[in-house]
Design a protein around this ligand. Structure first.
Ligand SMILES: NC(=O)c1ccc[n+]([C@@H]2O[C@H](COP(=O)([O-])OP(=O)(O)OC[C@H]3O[C@@H](n4cnc5c(N)ncnc54)[C@H](OP(=O)(O)O)[C@@H]3O)[C@@H](O)[C@H]2O)c1
Length: 255
């Protein structure tokens, strides 16, 4: 698809564009005339996006490989110029429904969800620091706010992203790099298709992409949505454990 009147001249770099939120976000930006470089492991999905949008540049890359990711960022800048916005979205989710913990799965999720973001930041921050300009968004989750049933392996990866962003915030600010962390509630994607429980206030991926775009235009450090779901989890985040566990038991049916 050729965009006749690009309204933007922004180069956005997005990780995890082959499905779900990342794909919806890439399409949203491309339809507004952004130049988008996107990475994922599935080549076919990147080819489909490239065939549909002239301004899309797809690079096959695994975020757990720091050299490969640094090279992808280099290729993206070679093709579309300096990256203005980077949305570090690539992620994976494996529900933990019993007490048989598999350390391999725990490490895999930490490697993709958290170290994938660290690997991207390691390549992006020096570039943005040298330009004294840039905007980075870490996609975390409301599941990073407090331990949730089934999220024993996933939740800590999302808490780690929030802590990482909080820790880097001041140095980024001193170097004119806008750093935000985005915490979506439930979104219909391949990841949540694994869930068999009722997911309150679930959104579609295009709705989540709109909420992310709105959040990125704001000056908020942390953006969370949908509003009522995020609000109820914000309250759960600060109440004492005794009340928290009682409420979780009532609402999730856990004993
Ligand atoms: N869905 C939700 O309810 C929800 C809620 C809060 C936060 N989130 C977060 O939103 C982000 C996107 O999730 P989603 O729900 O859209 O899931 P999804 O549909 O499964 O998409 C995940 C994306 O990440 C990419 N990815 C996974 N491992 C990768 C790797 N090693 N290297 C490069 N890319 C990789 C996948 O591409 P390939 O497989 O092609 O590599 C895919 O494009 C995640 O960080 C997730 O934790 C999701």
């Amino acid at each position: 698809m050729t965009i006749k009147n690009p309204t933007q001249n922004i180069h956005a770099f997005i990780t995890g564009v082959s499905s779900g939120i990342g794909r919806a976000l890439a399409e949203n930006m491309l339809e507004q005339g952004y130049r988008v470089s996107g990475i994922a492991r599935r080549k076919a999905a990147l080819k489909t996006l490239a065939a549909k949008y002239d301004l899309f540049f797809g690079i096959t890359c695994d975020v757990t490989d720091s050299d490969m990711l640094a090279d992808a960022i280099h290729q993206a800048e070679h093709r579309h110029g300096a990256i203005h916005q980077a949305i570090l979205n690539a992620g994976t989710y494996v529900p933990q429904s019993d007490l048989s913990l598999d350390p391999v799965l725990f490490r895999q999720q930490m490697d993709i969800n958290y170290m994938g973001q660290v690997n991207a930041l390691a390549a992006l921050l020096p570039l943005m620091e040298s330009r004294q300009n840039g905007h980075i968004v870490l996609i975390s989750s409301v599941a990073g706010w407090r331990g949730l049933p089934l999220a024993a392996s996933y939740g800590p990866t999302k808490s780690a992203s929030i802590s990482l962003a909080e820790s880097l915030y001041f140095m980024c600010r001193q170097n004119k790099i806008k750093l935000q962390v985005i915490c979506p509630g439930f979104v219909e994607t391949e990841a949540t298709a694994q869930n068999t429980f009722n997911m309150p206030m679930i959104m579609t991926a295009p709705q989540a992409a709109n909420a992310i775009m709105k959040g990125m235009r704001s000056s908020k450090f942390m953006v969370s949505f949908p509003f009522l779901f995020a609000l109820s989890l914000k309250i759960l985040r600060i109440i004492p454990y005794r009340w928290y566990f009682w409420l979780m038991k009532r609402t999730t049916g856990q004993r």
